[in-house]
Design a protein around this ligand. Sequence first.
Ligand SMILES: C[S@@+](CC[C@H](N)C(=O)[O-])C[C@H]1O[C@@H](n2cnc3c(N)ncnc32)[C@H](O)[C@@H]1O
Length: 483
Amino acid sequence: MDDGDFSTKSDAFLTWLQQIGTTISSKIQLADLRSRHAGRGVLATADIAEDEELFTVPRSSILTAEASSLPAEIKEQFDDQWLSLMAAMIYEYQRGSDSTWKAYFDVLPASFNTLMFWSEEELECLESSAVVKKIGKSSANESFKAKILPILQQHTDIFKTTGMSDDQLLALCHRMGSTIMAYAFDLEKPGSGSTAPRNEEDGWEEDEEETELLPKGMVPLADMLNADADRNNAKLFYEDDKVVMKSITVIKAGDEVFNDYGPLPTADVLRRYGYTTHNYAKCDVVEISLDLIKQMAAEGVKLKGPDLGERTSYLDEHGILEDGYDISHASSDPESPQFPDELCILLNTLLLPKADFDKMKQNDKLQKPALILESVRLLYTIIVRRRAEYTFNALDDGFNSLQLNAAPIDISSASHRQKQARLVVAGEKKVLQEAAAALQKMLLGTGDGNKKRKAPTDTFEEEAKAVRAQRSNGEHPSKKTKH
Ligand SMILES: C[S@@+](CC[C@H](N)C(=O)[O-])C[C@H]1O[C@@H](n2cnc3c(N)ncnc32)[C@H](O)[C@@H]1O
């Protein structure tokens, strides 16, 4: 989009906002932040005090399934918040100038940088980050084909989709679905404050339990706010007939007004919103799959299949078993421990002598989450193996030596998406290194740890490198793993 077109659309959007009764403080402005890869955003043009009203938007102009003029008999065919909003958006978008929201659609994106739109080759740059499995492109396609396309095809006159191929309809679904994922709010009841847009957890159809019942809607202007981890300085409040964006801290003239998309790992910010900044690194996680844990328990502790199965079934009955466990950075918050309690309970249970496991089962008890020494050792070997699933190269070393929040090393020759992927991968390697260091410390405390004089991170990286080299030589890594 050339500059003229971009600013013409912004101006038309602002005029429309005025017409629908939006009030906007003279201390903010809608800005062109394309030079920062941030599209439009809102900037403070004067100092703003805490708790100042920045703008208000009438509830009647929020684009929801209910507010859309899509005929009721079609709305009724959708039993899901996401899909009904998608259908309403497709309908309103296709109406062009006949839609109340035309000027709004004109400032919403037509293309996205979210992972759904990355090529296979680009996704490979994310290496073994678990985020790749969370994109859900094929399940989204299936859902669109089964639940939306037939309705669009049946009512081509209403949706103005005559002559559009299945691929074009699917592309339209993806466009609206991706817009909802990155822009929609969970519309709370009057009297509450919300930090949306942050309404989706693991795919296109699933909602977080607490937001499941809240209607979803597109809130013009409120969704022009960008976010950057905990730099949020504004928040949306819900009143009876309007929503109000207010400052929640002092905002200096020239500063960007930020919303809060939630404490997301860099990988999820990229998956859902298509951007990265260094500030999400503190939320980075690495998923350790149950399959890897089971494999390592079978190899390292020689747990036989039936025994392993009995223990995992027992933990499943007690809600401890998951497909994967996220390890994070060390934190002083007991709510988000570096190694989740469920993972620790799983490991402790897998390592119990058979008689002790039988007794625990008889008493219908669970292990405590504090890692026993054998679990620390097993977890260390698992972390080594997980690290070996990522590459080792000079570029990583550059990233790895960085402090969180530091500026990236110069990789200006790489494409923007490659750089974004590197940031995700480097962040996840850092999580693994910290986890290894924490486990080594626990082992050292028992006199059982690394007795060499090298820095713990070096030995960890070397062990993982060796595992990766064995694997690429076709050898079985367990034969040479040290712990
Ligand atoms: C709710 S919209 C915010 C308005 C958006 N910038 C626009 O021009 O329409 C969310 C999208 O804004 C962009 N975004 C948000 N925060 C950003 C940031 N800190 N840096 C770069 N892009 C950001 C991403 O493209 C994201 O999907």
